[in-house]
Design a protein around this ligand. Structure first.
Ligand SMILES: [Zn+2]
Length: 609
């Protein structure tokens, strides 16, 4: 294929004669280009086919996609990594939760009356029951006084709370209360106030009145540190049976204006026993990884590996909770042509190009699964790398590179090495893209994993679009000509990395404070990078942002935060909530575990727009 540079539109209009000639030439060219089969199309069409059912991590569709990628790698001449039998590198993850037989017993057991919440701790709890309204606590920093526990003593008791938030509140109030109405927040608030279990009832005045709450797919693996279950409307009414002159509906009605002064109350003489059993369904996902060995000895080469990679998993039928499909498309196959069959196709194509060329360094070719569930696959690879990651000279990531607009290509994470700008510019001379370079490596894709491992990296991206995370992200919408061009540019960059005597130097990117990041409306920034793929109790750090508050406080990768500003932290949700308690510029006490030892430090949050 000839190297093609897309001419800027202004040129064509200038001279009539020229335009006629160029029009003929352009038509001839497009015809020629159209005739030249795209190298990446068949990969995208296969990966985004309905047979692969949206390639959800751990599913049959993922396995079929892995088979296809493995066969293509073999065809290209890629080998399994040293010490590996084949390309498949398995990793285990929690793919879902289901109820393992939870029960609720008042005077007698009420069959089918309870279902555990997905983040509940397993266990048996019995005790007196206190009605705590909607169970919402809005942090003071939000300047909106609402605390369902203000007048209650729930220590060592079971709290009963209503699901959702006050039904008749005005728009502004709803917006604030909705933020703290997530059941995980309610469980954390109940735990913070010393309750030993939380029961949630869907009030008679709410949507889905009386129904049990579904066991949502919850990627945060760590439990919530409390037994938590939803109960039916019948159980709710039974709990209120002993309350004189007040039904559950009356109680909800009095709360629904969102008047913060309407308090909860003890349910006289009512005790309950709740048995919560959550079964976490473990599944195995597979990264597909191989390499093209160097064609000359590498003994004298610094960092003898260059890596290219892309995630190949997607959303399946949208069952993992991160779909943006509308009601009419709910449950349909999310084909994921751009996200990320396009990136996977680019990686296959780059590997095929490099396989035909001499190589001074080994080229690692990686396809990660579980990216859509929180970078789980690439994190598993980085946590137990089959080769030392400090022997990687660089890593190039491709995520959504199939829907280019106006010749625009974004290359992210360029701040991870001073070598990138010049290297990219040189390689782009032939390619002719309108480049947008972004220094920030803290992106919501696998490039972030390699940045955290101290590897100079780049992320290729052609921008989001209306079909993102919907079934409509289909293969017919991919611009294959541009996708092939992206692969060409990347192969040229890898070529230069291959030939470079010295490996690019790694730079830890400092936090980028957005221009005009004033205090008004600013949200706190702590500079921590949570590890989403762990079930450790507390917040495990997979890194800290260079120059950020956490680094200044002496926190580091591997530390587990268990308390911040007096708020105990059992998981990522507790931490997100605690961020709202913190104030910009106000020092906060942090308790954390390092190598099993309990330590304390002071962290002063800064502003983030
Ligand atoms: Zn993606």
């Amino acid at each position: 294929m000839i190297t093609y540079r897309k001419p800027p539109s202004a040129l064509r209009t200038r001279s009539i004669v020229f335009s006629l000639i160029s029009a003929c030439a352009a038509v001839a060219f497009v015809a020629a280009a159209a005739d030249t089969p795209s190298r990446t199309r068949r990969h995208v069409e296969m990966l985004a086919s309905s047979r692969l059912e949206g390639r959800l991590a751990g599913s049959n569709g993922e396995r079929l996609a892995g088979d296809y990628l493995g066969a293509e790698l073999q065809r290209i001449g890629v080998k399994p990594l040293p010490g590996q039998r084949d390309f498949r590198l398995p990793f285990e993850f929690t793919a879902g939760t289901k109820d393992g037989g939870s029960t609720i017993t008042l005077a007698r057991e009420m069959p089918g009356g309870a279902r555990a919440l997905s983040f509940s701790d397993n266990g048996d709890v019995s005790g007196p029951v206190v009605f705590a309204g909607y169970g919402i606590v809005v942090p003071e920093s939000q300047d909106f006084g609402y605390d369902s526990y203000a007048t209650l003593d729930v220590k060592d008791k079971i709290v009963l709370v209503l699901r959702y938030f006050p039904e008749d509140a005005d728009q502004k109030t709803r917006a604030i209360l909705a933020r703290y109405a997530d059941l995980r927040y309610k469980a954390m608030a109940a735990r913070q106030h010393g309750a030993k279990a939380m029961l949630v009832v869907t009030g008679p005045r709410s949507p889905n009145a009386g129904e049990l709450a579904p066991m949502s797919f919850d990627t945060a693996l760590a439990g919530s540190g409390i037994v938590a279950a939803s109960v039916t409307g019948a159980v709710g009414h039974a709990l209120f049976a002993g309350v004189q002159g007040k039904t559950l509906e009356d109680a909800q009605k009095s709360l629904d204006s969102a008047n913060p002064h309407v308090a909860g109350f003890e349910l006289p003489g009512v005790t309950a026993r709740v048995h919560a059993a959550v079964e976490r369904e473990k599944r195995t996902g597979h990264n597909i990884v191989g390499y093209l060995p160097a064609t000359t000895p590498v003994a004298t080469i610094s960092k003898p590996w260059v890596a290219i990679g892309a995630h190949y998993d997607h959303l399946g039928h949208g069952e993992a909770g991160n779909t943006l499909a509308g009601k009419e498309d709910a449950g349909k196959i999310h084909f994921g042509a751009d996200d990320n069959a396009s990136g996977s196709a680019a990686v296959l194509d780059i590997a095929a190009t490099l396989a035909k060329q001499p190589r001074r360094r080994h080229v690692l070719v990686g396809f990660w699964s579980g990216e859509e569930l929180g970078l789980i696959g690439s994190s598993a690879f980085a946590a137990k790398p089959p080769l030392p990651l400090d022997t990687l000279a660089a890593y190039l990531n491709f995520d959504m590179v199939g829907r280019m607009q106006d010749n625009k290509l974004t290359i992210q994470a360029t701040g991870t090495s001073p070598s990138w700008a010049k290297l990219i510019e040189q390689a782009n001379i032939a390619a002719g893209f309108d480049l947008l370079l972004q220094t920030d490596p803290y992106q919501p894709t696998d490039v972030a994993t390699f940045n955290l491992s101290g590897v100079p990296c780049l992320g290729f991206f052609t921008g989001t679009h209306a079909d993102y995370h919907k079934p409509s992200d289909t293969a017919d919408k991919i611009d294959y000509e541009d996708l092939d061009r992206v692969a060409d540019l990347a192969a040229a960059i890898v070529r230069r990395l291959e030939d470079a005597v010295d490996a690019p130097q790694f730079t830890k990117v400092e936090q980028q404070t957005p221009p005009g990041g004033g205090r008004a409306g600013a949200r706190v920034f702590t500079g921590t990078i949570p590890d989403y793929s762990t079930d450790v109790k507390g917040l495990l750090l997979s890194g800290v942002i260079g120059g950020g508050p956490a680094e200044q406080a002496g926190l580091q990768k591997g530390d587990v935060i268990v308390e911040i500003a007096g708020q105990s932290i059992a998981n990522i949700y507790d931490y997100t909530y605690a961020l709202d308690v913190l104030k910009i510029g106000e020092p906060a006490n942090v308790v954390y575990m390092r190598a099993g030892e309990r330590k304390e430090t002071t962290l002063t949050p800064s502003a983030r727009k």
